[in-house]
Design a binder for this molecule. Structure first.
Ligand SMILES: [Zn+2]
Ligand SMILES: [Zn+2]
Length: 376
């Protein structure tokens, strides 16, 4: 029997992108999946064809070999198993099931040797810097597949039980001749479970789980950072046919704050001060992320860019047993820009009497004079 073109099987053009290949495969594989077409040999054959085509086209190297040599790329005598274009049938099936069926079958078809555990879920949550500081508890709604309680997750109609799979006698794997090799692969009848359901449970259509939405309580610990993730064990998708559920991972991002910038457990804050305060010294009131404010005493002659450190006024350290980072307040001296006539007069009077008051300016001026007179 001559083999059909892999692109044709998936209904794709040769120029299709990886994402197009994946989505075409998912769509077709769902339709022809043996679980949805029990006892249908045509669907089973189509499903096998699809999986084989996808296995090659999703992999850049295999796809390139196929584009160049066609099916011959994966036949005996052309590189053979383990060669650059080698096609390991047994491995490929596990691989396909892992990255695809894990997602839409609730992890059901991972092969009997491995766990039938449900797939993990990811939930992205953005929180404010204040929440990251204090921690809080939040309620989230998670779309998820939960075990069907009518059949207890087996997928078999109430009063019936899944039967030992006739295709593999319950082993979950079948051996097939591939050229000179005997390869073992996941049983296509039962997807490696070793059992089949004759009369599917109606509420879950034999899948053993139903789609629903759950409300979960999440405790956000103080000190959460951008990229922090927490795992809620067992809160992922239900396992297929009674297997344990996957986990739920919450990935945090922390929104920008209008006043504070954060670097791990340190906080930074830029505060403008008037030039008279900077020159004469005084008190500066600065905000705290915990709420309220603190007073900093500004010494005489404070320059722009000077940082004041407030110990333990920064961010709590995640799981740090109460350790808290520092807050750095950087001052920016504001040059007056909207002066009244009277103010200008006062400043001119200051400028006329400012000898020795601005050592940096005077020092630079002296250096410049020396440089220019030195013939440079
Ligand atoms: Zn059910
Ligand atoms: Zn089987």
């Amino acid at each position: 029997m001559s083999k059909r073109c892999y692109y044709e099987i998936l209904g794709l053009a040769r120029t299709s992108s990886g994402d197009e290949i994946k989505s075409a495969y998912r769509k077709a594989a769902k339709e022809h999946h043996p679980d949805r077409n029990p006892g249908d040999a045509t669907a089973e054959h189509k499903f096998k064809e699809l999986s084989e085509a996808y296995e090659v086209l999703k992999d850049g190297d295999k796809r390139a070999a196929y584009d160049r040599f066609g099916h011959a790329a994966f036949e005996q005598g052309h590189g053979g198993r383990g060669g650059a274009a080698g096609f390991d049938f047994a491995a490929s099936f596990t691989d396909v099931f892992d990255d695809l069926f894990g997602e839409f079958m609730g992890g059901g078809a991972r092969g009997r040797g491995r766990s039938n555990r449900g797939s993990d879920l990811r939930y992205d949550m953005q929180i404010s810097l204040e929440d990251a500081f204090k921690g809080r508890s939040a309620q989230i709604k998670v779309p998820s597949a939960v075990a069907c309680d009518v059949c207890g997750g087996t997928g078999a109609e109430a009063g019936t039980k899944p039967e030992t799979c006739p295709g593999c006698a319950g082993h979950g794997k079948v051996r097939a001749q591939q050229g000179f090799f005997t390869v073992e692969r996941t049983c296509p009848k039962c997807q490696g479970r070793g059992s089949v359901v004759r009369k599917p449970c109606k509420p879950c259509s034999g899948r053993g789980h139903i789609q629903t939405e759950r409300t979960l309580q999440v405790d956000i610990p103080p000190g959460v950072e951008e990229g922090t993730r927490i795992r809620l064990t067992g809160e992922g998708h239900a396992g297929h046919h009674g297997a344990p559920p996957g986990d739920l991972y919450i990935f945090f991002s922390v929104a920008e704050h209008p006043i504070f910038q954060r670097n791990a457990h340190e906080l930074y804050c830029r505060v403008p001060i008037g030039f008279a305060t900077a020159a004469l010294g005084g008190t500066l009131e600065v905000p705290l992320l915990s709420g309220g404010s603190a007073k900093i005493s500004v010494p005489e002659g404070t320059q722009t860019g000077h940082q004041f450190r407030l110990r333990h006024r920064g961010m709590p350290v995640l799981k740090g047993n109460g350790a808290v980072g520092d807050l750095y307040v950087e001052v920016k001296v504001e040059t007056p820009s909207k002066l009244s006539k009277k103010q200008k007069e006062l400043l001119r009077a200051f400028a006329d009497n400012s000898d020795g008051a601005q050592p940096e300016c005077e020092g630079f001026f002296a250096k410049m004079k020396e440089f220019l007179s030195g013939g440079g």
